[in-house]
Design a protein around this ligand. Structure first.
Ligand code: J2J
Length: 541
């Protein structure tokens, strides 16, 4: 049995979080039991034609947990979950968490490179997929992953199993007891990351439930809440901020959308009386444009109370269009899977909600804004954000060397974000110091893509940087110094695709260059490369 090791908080701090009531003895399994006893026959999860009441949901979890246990999964085992938004995702989460089996939540967009890395890193015992989604056959991906060295997972398929284990067939009558405890790891979330492949973020029942509970309070979720999960639910935002877990804790209804586009979502909002949802900024623009182009669509949004926007910076001009066009309130959310979540509040003045990314949700969140030498900057000045608190991790999963640089000695997480703190404690995100591209909310680690490009024989050196874009906020541009005659850009993107990389990480543009601009200490100046793209953008047509 491999208990998932985590970097813990110092004992005195953990004791304090418990004594203060931030951490309780609850687990995700007790959340489900409590909600079933309080909300029994109310609708919990709506997915396409399927409606599960709280009682139905619990029965599904019982049946699946039983089957998973018979499959041989045990406390401390890790599995990789890569499912689209469907009720089976929700059922699977609770079933695994009851057994103390730890899911790694891969994104639907991940491909062979990422999935293989996750399976190897955690020695995944199982890999959960859907059969075909949007024309992509995940079983083909699973076969490719299984063919890699060091992967020995049982594949479980929602839908046509095609030789693998079928999710449906796993369901077995009977109930297995919960063996997870509050201090155990509940799941491993993915970090956006700025080095190598995504790092894994251990979230324990106690800290992740605190995240959910506090989000529910701040966002005012309750029985009346109908939450549309539009973004992929593997993301922390629609999962726990307050997301589907928060909705289920509060007694509301989760409506799962197959895709986040306005065609699908506006119809679901209308049909199910959705009150709350969460989007990233490019999707907000898509929704705004759809409703602006056809005023009748606005009627479909009658029930929508609040639109949460986060994951990337919401520009003020777009923020200002939301309430007049969609008829709902805006809440800015600045969060990270590592922990800290900032929300603008319902009673914040409009002027603040339009420009700030919110303030930390917990009174126990500690925030510092520092310069390059970790000294606090003057109030209102821009600096790097450091944070620690009852739901911010103290270390990534099994990466001691990286943890030594990603956290300060006294346990603050270095977010890599540049922020400005307003007098009321609200934060305005001003940029970042990490080598990451934020492509409309999807995070791309420059180093991960660079390493794969360096594997191409015609690439001598490469730097991947952010390029401004009106819709996406940022796109990615790879500056490449060729080895010999320059290849075609298409050869390089094909090279990346052939290795099985999530499509959003493929550079949007490839630019050949003779030499990189250098910093004072002779390193490649990514800033100079970014500035060149900025200058071009602002002088463009
Ligand atoms: C600017 N940058 C933002 C914002 C996140 C809620 C919302 C988002 C995430 C998330 C999340 C931003 N304005 N409003 O987990 O629960 C950038 C920052 C941050 C990084 C974290 C949640 N909101 N960001 O996006 O782990 O750079 O979480 O450090 O994917 O996204 O990325 P991620």
């Amino acid at each position: 049995m491999m208990a998932a090791p985590v970097v813990r908080w110092p004992q005195a701090v953990e004791d304090h979080y418990r004594a203060a009531g931030y951490w309780t003895e609850e687990t995700f399994d007790s959340l489900l039991h409590t909600s079933v006893s309080r909300f029994g026959n109310a609708p919990a999860v709506v997915d396409d034609g399927v409606v599960l009441s709280y009682r139905d949901l619990a029965a599904e979890v019982d049946a699946l947990a039983n089957g998973l246990a018979r499959m041989g999964l045990q406390k401390g085992d890790c599995v990789v979950v890569q499912l689209p938004n469907c009720h089976q995702f929700v059922v699977l989460c609770f079933a695994l968490m009851r057994l103390g089996v730890v899911p790694v939540f891969a994104l639907p967009a991940h491909r062979q490179t990422e999935i293989t890395a996750f399976c190897r890193f955690v020695q995944a015992r199982a890999y959960f997929i859907a059969d075909v989604v949007g024309g992509f056959d995940y079983r083909t991906l699973a076969r490719a992953v299984l063919a890699e060295d060091g992967v020995a997972a049982q594949v479980v398929v929602v839908g046509e199993a095609d030789g693998f284990v079928s999710y449906q067939s796993l369901r077995q009558d009977g109930v297995v007891p919960c063996v997870a405890q509050a201090a155990d790891v509940a799941c491993l979330l993915l970090s956006g990351g700025s080095t190598g492949i995504p790092k894994l973020i251990p979230r324990r029942h106690c800290d992740y439930l605190y995240n959910v509970r506090t989000s529910v309070e701040v966002c005012g979720f309750g029985r009346q809440t109908v939450y549309l999960a539009a973004l992929p639910v593997a993301h922390n935002f629609p999962m726990a901020c307050p997301g589907f877990f928060g909705t289920l804790m509060a007694g509301g209804t989760v409506v799962l959308a197959a895709d986040p586009g306005p065609d699908t979502c506006l119809e679901l909002i209308d049909r199910h009386g959705v009150t709350d949802t969460a989007l990233v900024p490019p999707l907000v623009m898509l929704w705004l444009d759809a409703v602006a182009a056809d005023g009748r669509l606005r009627d479909r949004l009658r029930s929508l109370r609040c639109l949460q926007v986060g994951g990337a910076k919401l520009v003020e001009e777009v923020a200002r269009r939301i309430t007049p066009t969609l008829g709902c309130r805006v809440q800015q959310v600045f969060g990270m899977a590592e922990g800290l979540i900032c929300y603008t509040r319902q009673d914040d003045p409009d002027a603040l909600v339009m420009v700030a990314q919110g303030r930390p949700m917990s009174p126990a969140d500690e925030v510092r804004v520092v310069d390059d030498s970790d000294h606090d900057v003057a109030d209102g000045a821009i600096g790097q954000l450091l944070t620690r608190g009852p739901y911010t991790i103290r270390g990534y999963y099994q990466l001691p060397e990286h943890n030594a640089v990603a956290f300060t000695e006294d346990g603050f997480y270095r977010t890599g974000d540049l922020v400005r703190r307003l007098p009321d404690g609200s934060l305005v995100v001003e940029g970042r110091v990490k080598d990451q591209i934020n492509r409309g909310g999807e995070k791309i680690s420059a180093e991960e893509v660079e390493n794969l490009l360096l594997g191409h024989p015609s690439v001598f050196d490469v730097a991947v940087v952010a390029m401004p874009d009106k819709t996406w906020g940022e796109l990615s541009c790879a500056f490449v110094i060729p080895r010999g005659p320059a290849p075609r850009p298409l050869d390089l993107t094909r090279h990346l695709r052939a290795q099985g990389l999530a499509a959003f990480k493929i550079p949007d543009r490839i630019q050949f260059i003779d030499a990189f601009p250098a910093t004072g200490v002779g390193k490649t100046s990514r800033r100079a490369l970014r500035d060149a793209l900025q200058a071009e953008y602002f002088s463009g047509p």
